[in-house]
Design a binder for this molecule. Structure first.
Ligand code: PLP
Length: 821
């Protein structure tokens, strides 16, 4: 299965030719961006043969495909990853050096494809990498947003959102596929016609507006196996080609409306993470890409198959959260209205095709659409959901006669709303959570009624990450050290890392491992110096919390603890304190006021501390602007401590936690999400665990009894830190600035329960855990061993394992192999 040999001369020739053809320039005249484009086209050429060969092989074998349907794919940069997976990274590096180009500078020209918010979107990207690497036929289905996740600037300590015009220089890896364009219809009404011959009603949507969905294909390169799968993301264009006649009839207004609909629909990714906003345009986006993807999946099937009732034998839809759940109704619509199946036939196909992944239990994230909006926008789809609901409610009533409470809690349509999770569960053949703890909470708390009625649907698939991007590409020094010690099989078989365990007590290996960590810290320190103008000492402990800014993730707990440490150092200047650099990176949703205020607080604390010469650089606080996949790779590689401090029960899994572990950073965290499994793998003694358990949190939430004001009154250190939120210590120009945060912890105004996320409850045990971190770090050999054990025990968290479990237990796909001629 050897891949084609890289031809350096040919590659250089091609880069030069590309610069000429694309820009009419010689190499020397081209800008770095132009060089990036030229190199990318040359790499794309290396991909194309494999892409064709893969499609050919799939055509021949007629395999079952998984359609991974997701509103988000947080792909990051493609060039470096493609070179890694083609196993030509070092060859290209050498070739570029020969013509005076620096591969790092070239890679740095590429904008991140940031078509996602955070964990959920990045999970989808890791899954595509694993699917291709393991050789499973798959399509990613999504939206080609013109503007992805906003770029974050920090001005005067505040987050400012800047549009992410990622396509402005063109995207060298994508292919436009107009031949697969589809029409997607919105609005209008449904006309019912009775056909005497067949004795059936036929439903026709009329008076609608429509848009043309045009797919762009993105190659997903498997690691060293010739396989190239496809991420298919849809762009919207005006429908004019389909319906020129509306102009002919002088229906100019309608034509303009369709033009506007097309322009708006894929304009921008909603920047909300774990939060439902209920915007009409968002529902349009959902239906737009789902309708196009389902139509395409059916069309592809029908090319080679006559019996649509067997569709599920060749296709399965994995719904990444509830965002794509309208696929259930869209598939029903196509089967009923276009393929002429009966309801029961269509339902059998649909309920054997769709599977649902739940990503959260937080109430504010659950999608519920008002029926007024839903039925106006998608009249026929809504009718179908009503019928699904009618039948589902009948099933509930049959199983629990007279128990109206069950219907109230489980119906798909209730209280004037369409509940997307209920639809996904009722229709799906599989419902999975994303970490053991999360799945248990789903089964026994949040989705208890559904679990009791249909236990066979529920299963766990603990998330994972791809080591190709987050170790091989992101941390080349550690990657080659590992390969030197245990060979390179870990690249596609991560549990091999456990072979490193024999080195964890070896002083030489310890020193090498920590020296690599040091060099990665120097690399990050340079980045921080360049981007923040802050000098940080790579010998200090790099204590890192990078993830979306969310109250449940508790960046606030972290910064309040920094304020507490600063008080300690000021009070006891002689105190023996190991220098610490607290590094934050986090985007807040544009409309999330309290999250944005927390960013301001972090930056305000940073300003005071970083400019206080009296503490002699013992403490530094850095907020890295615009946290995204590309800088994440460097940040994980440089971290000493991984902050995973969510309120227990709130973080479904987390995947950042796994990336830190892989790169040798012990977890400082709560028993939440996949942290539980990380600790299970590495041992409690190689992590720093603190705080309330999920059961304790849930118990407080259900039964009350939590009183943060008692903690405030009895713990003078905590009290002092909270008072500093309102005495102008960090806001001399406006002492009231952080009042909202203070109030949220002590509930002096709002009617919500105070300190919703149990920050004061966990503060002391967090501070104690931090103390343990410091003590452990002083023991150089002990720390090296702990860091190495984290890497060595991270094998479980590869997305290759996760995908294999999806394949074995849900999708039942067959592995493909592809040879190139
Ligand atoms: N954002 C980016 C850019 C990431 O790389 C990750 C890592 O998984 C996440 C968000 C999710 O982080 P977490 O699991 O810590 O929320």
């Amino acid at each position: 299965m050897a891949t084609k040999k890289f031809n350096k001369k040919e590659f250089i020739r091609e880069v030069k030719a590309n610069v000429k053809a694309l820009y009419r320039k010689n190499l020397e005249e081209a800008t770095q961006q132009q060089l990036f484009q030229a190199v990318s086209y040359a790499v794309k050429d290396e991909i194309i043969e494999n892409w064709l060969a893969t499609q050919e092989q799939y055509e021949k074998d007629d395999p079952k495909y998984v359609y991974y349907m997701s509103m988000e794919f947080l792909m990051g940069r493609a060039l470096g990853n493609n070179m890694i997976n083609l196993t030509i990274y070092d060859d290209v590096k050498e070739a570029l050096e020969e013509i005076g180009l620096d591969i790092n500078v070239i890679e740095d020209q590429e904008p991140d494809a940031a078509l996602g918010n955070g964990g959920l979107g990045r999970l989808a990207a890791c899954f595509l990498d694993s699917l291709a690497t393991l050789g499973y036929p798959a399509y990613g289905c999504g939206i080609r947003y013109r503007y992805g996740m906003f770029k974050q600037k920090i001005e005067d300590g505040y987050q400012v959102e800047v549009p992410d015009n990622w396509l402005k220089d063109g995207n060298p890896f994508e292919l436009r596929r107009p031949e697969y364009a589809k029409e997607v219809k919105f609005g209008g009404y449904v006309r019912v016609e009775y056909d005497e011959k067949t004795g059936r009603n036929y439903y026709k949507q009329e008076g609608y507006q429509s848009v043309r969905a045009v797919p762009y294909d993105f190659p997903i390169v498997g690691y060293n196996n010739n396989i190239v799968n496809t991420l298919r993301i849809w762009d919207a264009e005006a429908i004019s080609e389909f319906q020129l006649d509306s102009f002919d009839k002088g229906d100019y207004r309608k034509a303009v409306e369709q033009e506007n609909l097309a322009r708006n629909i894929v304009e921008v990714l909603y920047p909300n993470d774990n939060h439902y906003a209920g915007k009409e345009l968002r529902l349009k986006q959902q239906y737009f890409f789902i309708s196009a993807s389902v139509q395409e999946a059916v069309a592809k099937y029908k090319k080679n198959h006559d019996d649509i009732r067997k569709f599920y034998e060749k296709a399965t839809f994995q719904l990444n959260d509830t965002h794509p759940t309208v696929a259930v109704a869209e598939l029903m619509r196509i089967l009923l209205d276009e393929e002429g199946l009966t309801w029961d036939e269509a339902w059998e196909v649909t309920s054997k095709t769709c599977a649902y992944t739940n990503h959260t239990i937080m109430a504010e994230a659950l999608e519920k659409w008002p029926i007024e909006l839903f039925s106006r926008l998608l009249p026929r789809v809504y009718q179908i959901i009503e019928e699904i609901n009618r039948r589902f409610v009948a099933q509930i009533e049959a199983k629990y006669p007279g128990d109206f409470e069950k219907v109230r809690k489980m119906a798909i349509i209730f209280d004037g709303q369409v509940k997307m999770a209920h639809l996904a569960i009722a229709a799906g053949y599989s419902v999975n959570g994303v970490a053991q703890l999360h799945t248990e909470i789903l089964k026994h708390q949040e989705l208890k009624d559904f679990y009791e009625m249909m236990p066979e649907k529920f299963n766990n698939k603990t998330n994972g990450i791809t080591q190709r991007r987050f170790l091989l590409h992101g941390n080349p020094l550690l990657a080659s050290w590992i390969t030197d010690h245990i060979g390179d099989e870990w690249i596609t078989d991560l549990p091999q890392l456990s072979k490193l365990k024999v080195y964890v007590d070896d002083p030489k290996a310890q020193q090498e491992f920590m020296n690599i960590k040091y060099q990665n810290k120097v690399r990050l320190a340079k980045y921080i110096q360049e981007h923040n103008g802050i000098e940080v000492d790579p010998r200090s402990i790099f204590d890192v919390q990078v993830k979306r800014l969310h109250e449940y993730k508790r960046q606030l707990l972290n910064i309040l603890h920094v304020m507490y440490l600063y008080n300690q150092i000021k009070d006891h200047p002689e105190m023996d304190f190991y220098p610490r650099t607290f590094i934050f990176g986090a985007k807040a949703a544009a409309g999330y006021r309290r999250a944005k205020l927390t960013i301001k607080l972090i930056n305000s604390v940073a300003d005071v501390i970083n400019n206080d010469a009296s503490i002699k650089n013992k403490l530094k606080v850095v907020f890295i602007e615009d946290y995204r996949v590309s800088n994440a790779e460097w940040i994980f590689a440089a971290a000493d401590v991984s902050e995973q401090i969510s309120t227990a029960s709130k973080e479904a899994s987390g995947t950042g936690n796994m990336k830190f572990m892989l790169n040798g950073a012990p977890t400082l965290g709560t028993m939440d999400g996949a942290n539980v499994e990380i600790v299970e793998e590495v041992g409690k003694e190689n992590a720093f665990i603190f705080g309330l358990s999920a059961d304790e949190v849930i118990n407080y939430e259900q039964n009350g009894g939590y009183h943060p004001e008692n903690i405030f009154n009895s713990d003078q250190d905590i009290r002092r830190v909270l008072m500093q939120l309102i005495n102008g210590e960090y806001a001399p120009d406006d002492p009231e600035r952080f009042r909202e945060i203070y109030d949220s912890l002590l509930n002096t105004k709002s009617s919500d329960r105070a300190d919703t996320y149990f920050i004061l409850a966990d503060f002391r045990s967090y501070a104690d855990a931090q103390k343990r971190v410091e003590e452990a770090y002083r023991d150089e050999a002990g720390w090296a061993k702990m860091a190495m054990l984290n890497t060595a025990c991270s094998g479980k968290f590869t997305s290759d394992r996760t995908i294999q479990q999806y394949v074995d237990e849900i999708w039942h796909l067959k592995k493909e192999t592809v040879k190139v001629k």
